[in-house]
Ligand binder design. Structure first.
Ligand SMILES: Cc1ncc(COP(=O)(O)O)c(C=O)c1O
Length: 363
């Protein structure tokens, strides 16, 4: 067996859609991008979608659209992909690290409240691994302190919080279509918002601050998506719900079949529709192997795994704020103990059974 941790699902439809764009001669931004923006926004139930060339650009542009800059603080979870924090640094602002919930691994609202200072301008919540964060709690905090809420939904296309799609709860929803995500364009991203003024500002920011051809009214970037990427995105969006259902079925299979002492399976909180961008288990002291031994064992059996993420952001050399185990201790503990198993939509029943059997034999 050779089971990779991720397998992009690209079919003939995507190949034909890209070929059409190539044949049309319109390789940069054109009608496909506009169509993808409309369709993705409709899917998320938001009024606007602004396409960009990756998820990091989506976060950076969203923060710039609400004038986050030098002297400002933005509260972010310490346990996430680096871009959640580095997008804040790109604005010249300071990421303030907050710990995550011990069971769901998403941002801990109580700690968010403790981190607020007069300099706080925004909070980025991450729908981590495909499970929404506690949206209402963060919305309340933002409303009572007049802060902006950014949803980092890079890993959660189609996830639901109390029955509603993520991406429309905050002032902005920021998505990534990187090649391993639940839907993909190779590299790509989208910002969703319900505010016309924000959408207009975002359009300037992602296109050189250009209000008319060669007239630049503010500092902007080249964060544009191409029609080639959008053509893939339009097709992928049609398949997203089906892929997410398969991810959920694979996760259910693991939930019902994995059983080793010290192996903690994902916890899904009430009201969350988890789309399992990753199926993340945790190894406690009772687990018969150390994490690196377990990874090696699975590798020899042809099973790919990954650690998301081995270093919590506050300990990254980029920030290196604290090696104090009492600072964001849950994030530190998770970084030492999590492991992602394959959960992608192309897994078949035989592969799932083989993975469970291989894991359950660990002694
Ligand atoms: C939580 C999170 N935020 C942001 C990003 C950044 O997206 P991209 O890689 O498209 O720049 C990612 C992508 O891996 C992510 O997982």
């Amino acid at each position: 067996m050779n089971i990779p941790i991720a397998r992009p699902v690209i079919g003939q439809e995507e190949i034909s859609a890209v070929s059409e764009v190539l044949a049309s001669g319109m390789l940069a931004q054109g009608e496909r991008v506009a169509e993808f923006e409309r369709k993705f926004a409709d899917y998320c139930g938001t009024t606007f979608g602004v396409a960009v060339n990756n998820g990091t650009a989506a976060l950076h542009a969203a923060l710039l659209a609400v004038d986050i800059g030098y002297g400002d603080e933005v509260i972010v979870p310490a346990f996430s992909f680096i871009a959640t924090a580095s997008a804040v640094s790109m604005c010249g602002a300071k990421p303030i690290f907050c710990d995550v919930n011990d069971e769901t691994y998403t941002i801990n609202p109580e700690q968010v409240a403790e981190r607020i200072t007069p300099k706080t301008k925004a909070i980025i919540g991450v729908h981590l691994f495909g499970q929404p964060f506690e949206v209402h709690a963060l919305q309340e905090i933002c409303e009572s302190h007049n802060l902006k809420l950014v949803e980092d939904a890079a890993q959660a296309h189609g996830a639901l919080y109390k029955g509603e799609k993520v991406g429309g709860f905050g002032h902005f929803g920021c998505f990534s279509f990187y090649a391993t995500k639940n839907m993909i364009t190779g590299e790509g991203g989208m910002i969703t918002t319900n505010e016309k003024a924000y959408a207009e500002r975002l359009r300037l920011i992602v296109n050189h601050g250009q209000s008319e051809k060669y007239l630049h009214t503010r500092l902007g970037y080249n964060y544009r998506m191409t029609d080639i990427a959008a053509a893939i995105g339009i097709i992928q969006l049609k398949k997203l719900d089906k892929y997410n259902l398969r991810r959920r079925k694979n996760a259910e299979y693991y939930n019902s079949n994995l059983s080793v002492p010290g192996l903690i399976l994902p916890h899904v909180a009430d009201g969350m529709y988890h789309v399992y961008h990753q199926y993340v288990v945790r190894l406690t002291g009772d687990f018969p192997m150390k994490r690196h031994e377990f990874i090696e064992y699975l590798k020899t059996k042809g099973i790919g795994t990954a650690v998301h993420y081995p270093v919590p952001i506050q300990r990254q050399p980029l920030y290196a704020l604290s090696h104090d185990p009492d600072f964001c201790p849950v994030s530190t503990r998770l970084a030492e103990s999590v492991l992602s198993l394959p959960v992608h939509p192309l897994l078949d029943g035989k592969e799932l059974a083989y993975i469970c059997d291989t894991i359950n034999r660990v002694k």
